[in-house]
Design a protein around this ligand. Sequence first.
Ligand code: NOJ
Length: 528
Amino acid sequence: MADPLDPAPLAPWWRGGTIYQIYPRSFQDTDGDGVGDLAGVEARLDHVARLGADAVWLSPIFPSPMADFGYDVADYCDVDPMFGDLAAFDRVLARAHDLGLRLLLDFVPNHSSDRHPWFLDSRSSRTSPRRDWYIWRDPAPDGGPPNNWISDFGGSAWEWDAATGQYYLHAFLAQQPDLNWRNPDLRAAMLDVLRFWLDRGVDGFRIDVLWHIVKADGLPDNPVNPDWRPGITERDRLIQRHSTDQPEAHAIAAEFRRLTGGYDGERLLVGEIFLPNDRLARWYGTPGAPGVHLPFNFQLIEQPWDAAVLARVIAEYDASVPAHGWPNWVMGSHDAPRIAARVGECQARVAAMLLLTLRGTPTLYQGDEIGIGEVPIPPSQVRDPQELRQPGIGIGRDRSRTPMPWTGDAANAGFSTGEPWLPLNPDWRTRSVSAQEGDPGSMLHLYRALLGLRRATPALMLGSYEPLDGPPGVLAYRRRLGDEAVSVFLNLTAGQVTVPWSGTVLLSTLDGAAEPGTLHPNEGIIVA
Ligand code: NOJ
């Protein structure tokens, strides 16, 4: 943790830094096929640098049948032709580094594609050398699946293979067989994947569903969730006690950390993990055997937009982070609903201020910086396998994966000369990067100002978090580092409130002068 008495601590870049997630399919297309590509990422990286982010995380770019849009990897050490090739990747990396941005790749260790040569080999016979690289089991005595586990995308987590007379496990789609991390050869092969990209110069990884990586020995049935009711996702019929978050997984995270720690330049590991605070904190590992640097914290996405709830959640999370760890916050992703759709445009500005002033590394999701809101996806245009398998219960992810609108006066918002793979936000003619560029009151300018202020204010990057009292509907806290202290007052309501604040306003979410002692509707301020 940063020493609160040292105003200029030598913190690694990722503590004070901000991560920007790019979903490459939807960032910029350059070849007219309606799907984004690496040349497009290269061309648009200056947008991310200008915004003021420090690192880019690229969702998967590897060869894939795209059953789960790249989270079904058929070759961990290459680039899908849809996105380009290794040379195009090297150009993205070089451009990022020229702009002062770090680049993180998406490492998908829990499962591969069913077209991966490893799986083809594994499934070819019971005696194949790679049979045990995946999780195969005999049927239950009644011929059904070996246990009651449910796929995160609905239905049994087991797929029958008639040719070899066994089932294989898949926590997600049947096209995403789970890898067996108890097998030492598989483990060695996957560590080689990390080396391949680290040697190429990547600055780290976001690790997909890290807490799924090991299953309980013996694969016992998962307990039934008494709180499940129709209308919520089928996955939640069971509590994933035996299929996720196993103690053995921490040794694997520590192995990833040792491996990356052997490289220069503070390479970063971010783990995608959905767990309550106490179990999340364990993924930092121990001071002697650290795990990932940042186990993703999704609570701003999961919790209701309510000042009292958020104040409690923030304090509890902050307190749960061990002294050798560092907090982080996520407000959006290619899986989660858009923040502006959830809380409305006015509060999305307050949300931006919250995300960028909390103690911990923020992760921004592409498009949130221009406030993309709800994008209706007509049933005929749904592409997300999760929505296709469990339609109509509000878990579709396409609405957050729609293309970036770069300009309001070119076809398809400048995203592609061809028909985009998903529809654009309906207001793209007015809500685009170029439209907001010309409007100093826009969300884009607010994000830039917030990131600029954060970078210029060590207390915001690295300081302690102290909750302040506020009236109902207001979230208030102070960040302090050495002699520097800034306070943040966020009105999470659409009403005017009286708040005893005074001082110099460094930034407001609203145009016009802030009034001491008051917060206007939807106003957030940072005060020195
Ligand atoms: C989490 C990813 O973010 C999501 O998009 C994907 O479907 C699952 N992991 C499976 O890889």
